[in-house]
Ligand binder design. Structure first.
Ligand code: NAP
Length: 325
């Protein structure tokens, strides 16, 4: 195990809009943040296409490009990055412990911004055919479906966005949704509805995906009649929501029944968790808004909350003071 006994002011775990905004603010506030950004840095916007609703980009910007801008801005102010995954944490006590494999990092505060991951349907052949026609990311894989037929599962904004995006490549896109009502916002639903390449199949669930080396069909069941059918497709895109990435923090940080971290534990700091000095921001604690801009906003709040907490600690006089581990 290696540890250099340096106690960082703040360690930020995760590098989506929330984590990187926290990094920009804490770096600019001279707190010398250490960002453990993960092997798959950048969060969910790395898997998205054009972002049209992030203020300041009137013509839109590609998700990965936006995240590169966030990161460069944090680096400009001196944020330090480790492109690995955190493997263990011990958050109790005044000095927080964060491990990356055998390397131990210490900090007075930790900002959790590990985001959320795409849910799967749990079909028998879904994982086996993942990357062979089954996907959770239209921007990553849409290119491979030129002139093909695709089905997107889900009735939220993600499903509408993925389906609309996929019509750039596919000759036909089905949206399969388990009920009649749609969770998607009106504007995104209408965009999909008005797209001549998109056809809706409602009151229907996918019971399995068919194919040996590549997807050839989806097995469907009508939820009203029980009728079963096989729909020939080349690709199945699953867009049924996300699960917060909080496994690492279980039994330490208080979460709700779905695993989202509960914040506002301390009334004056909206990103405070149940553990003093530990803050959470972005999708890891937000199941309602889940936008890049709201994540970025909460990242800013977390940085200010951490800064305020650090100011309240009498022993923290300067950045990154060395103490015994
Ligand atoms: P969501 O809003 O939670 O929608 C998930 C959809 O998947 C729902 O229609 C749900 O059906 C369906 N579903 C869930 N589990 C299922 C299962 N096991 N089998 C079949 N269907 C299932 O998730 P989301 O679409 O990923 O959106 C999440 C958040 O991100 C939302 O706040 C959304 O507005 C936002 N978002 C915004 C944009 C944008 O503005 N550009 C793009 C994407 C997402 P039920 O409705 O029946 O529960």
């Amino acid at each position: 195990m290696s540890s250099n006994n340096m106690v960082h002011n703040t360690i930020i775990v995760g590098s989506g809009p929330a984590g990187l905004t926290a990094a920009i603010y804490t770096a600019r506030g001279r707190l010398d943040p250490l960002v453990i950004e993960g092997y798959q840095a950048g969060g969910q916007l790395m898997l998205t296409s054009e972002v049209e609703n992030f203020p300041g980009f009137k013509d839109g910007i590609m998700g990965p490009e936006l995240m590169m801008e966030f990161r460069a801005q944090a680096e400009r102010f001196g944020a330090e990055f480790i492109t690995k995954n955190v493997t263990k944490v011990e958050l109790d006590g005044d000095i927080k412990k964060v491990w990356v494999d055998d390397d131990l990092y210490l900090a007075h505060t930790v900002i959790i911004s590990t985001g959320a991951s795409a849910n799967l349907l749990g079909l028998k052949n879904e994982s086996r055919l993942m990357g062979r026609g089954v996907s959770t990311c239209a921007t990553c894989d849409g290119f491979f479906f030129r002139d093909k037929t695709i089905a997107v599962v889900g009735g939220g904004d993600s499903a509408m966005e993925e389906a609309t995006f996929l019509t750039r490549f596919a000759k036909k896109v089905y949206i399969i949704h388990r009920r009649e009502g749609f969770r998607a916002s009106k504007i995104m639903f209408e965009k999909a509805e008005n797209n001549p390449k998109i056809e809706f199949i409602i009151n229907t669930i996918v019971t399995d995906v068919v194919g040996e080396d590549a997807v050839t069909a989806a097995k469907l069941q009508n939820t009203q009649t029980g009728e079963e059918a096989e729909l020939p497709i080349d690709g199945l895109f699953v867009a049924i929501g996300h699960t917060p990435n909080t496994e690492l923090f279980k039994n330490q940080v208080t979460m709700d029944e779905k695993g989202y971290i509960i914040t506002s534990s301390d009334k004056s700091h909206i990103t405070a968790t149940n553990i003093p000095g530990v803050f959470a921001c972005g999708d890891v604690q937000d199941k309602r808004y889940r936008q890049a801009i709201t994540a970025a906003g909460s990242g800013c709040s977390a940085a200010l909350d951490a800064e305020h907490y650090l100011e309240s600690l009498p022993e923290v006089e300067d950045v990154s003071e060395p103490v015994a581990a």
